[in-house]
Write a protein that binds this ligand. Sequence first.
Ligand code: LRH
Length: 503
Amino acid sequence: GGAVHCAAVDLGASSGRVLLGRIGGGELSVTEAARFPNDPVRTVDGSGVSRLHWDVLGLYQRTLGGLAAAAQLGGTPLSSVGIDSWAVDYGLLDAEGALLGTPFHYRDARTEDILPELLDDVPAERIYDITGIQFMPINTLVQLRSRTGRAQLDHARTLLLIPDLLGYWLTGERVAEVTNASTTQLFDVRARRWSPELADAARIPPGLLPPVREPGLPLGAVHDEVASHHGLPAGLPVVTVGSHDTASAVVAVPATTERFGYVSCGTWSLVGLELDHPVLTDDSRRANFTNELGVDGTVRYLRNVMGLWLLQESMRAWRIAGQDHDIERLLADASREQPFRSVLDPDDPVFLAPGDMPARIADACRRAGQPVPETPAALTRCVLESLALAYARTLRTACELADRQVDVLHLVGGGCRNELLCQLTADACGIPVVAGPVEATALGNLLVQARAAGRSELAGLPEMRALITSTQPLRRYEPDRSAATTSAWAEAARRVRAASSAS
Ligand code: LRH
């Protein structure tokens, strides 16, 4: 039949968007219906401590506006809506189904010092064997053990991850979509269900966690009152998708071979492989690799690399100091900076919290005995080379741990517009980089919806990926394999290793 029209809601840590997709007959076209900033809100709590929250009501409101715009753009009625967002964060509902408090941002300081105390209680080996998830303070399991927020937790009846919370407000249905549930570190990666043992470790009743739903299934219809108030079509269906943004992004990786790696590059960079089973070995745990669940029974074997956050947060620091830098200009200037002046490990936990990023980067360089980047362009160069090194290191380790080989690295997400980063990544990894699509997450969200709406030609991931390859603009970067470049990267990698083993 004719093309189906679907709307993808994709909420990232720095911005949200609603895209209208038209899919069918070998075509996939996308129109942006809305784009809005996602600015976390800082408050001070009763103890005078600064807290960081998401403006979930604002995001919901802008989502509704975007959906109304998408419905009008379409001409043809919308078949469905799907929602994805960043992982690990959640809202709590009370016995009446009302939201308790304001969801915390995973960068809130309330998780500092919680991880060691958790691991005293439950051995890391046990947690990893159940979940396969990398240990990070941002994980839901760690957040739930914080004393901050405990009062609300004691009154909570349901925990909903962010996309599921929006889905609940739209439809009244309370579920936990599997790909995002897997990021919480409360989920049994083999059984694909919540782990009662880890609910216990989180000190929550197992009943707090809602029933699990696989991606690509009906969630429910948008409430009549919501639809009529916001100008949405009556009975508009909401469908589960890979509601973890990274899961949707991996769906839309335009791979043409099985031997591929990927970097999903936004605020974070998620670097790894697609597997059909988790890797739960001691080596994998020690390397802190994660086994997140993907669409169609896949496993996303990857590591969180701190990502463009280092640059985004530096730009914010410059902005509040009265210096607004244009990103295009900054990248152009960075491409002319002296290579390999200073390189660092972007995964150093000192970079996780919001705050003065240029000062922390300067500090890290000083500690490593490297020159402090004196200008925004020099700092940008340092960040991009450091990220390229981290991608190469992470990809190599993933291949070793999973016993796989790759011939190409796909870079998807906002970061793939950054030509300097793409070329540096190809050079650092020594394999070609295929950059694009920029909106991989929204596209992966749309593809799963289109299949649920009956587009049977999108039978599996290979078919979905073939449609991305044939319809989306992609750019290929060949690595510079000259002896001089190769040895310069090897020397830079040694410097990062020396610095991180010294600290
Ligand atoms: C990327 C992402 C990532 C998570 C982090 C919290 O947006 O979902 O996969 O680890 O945000």
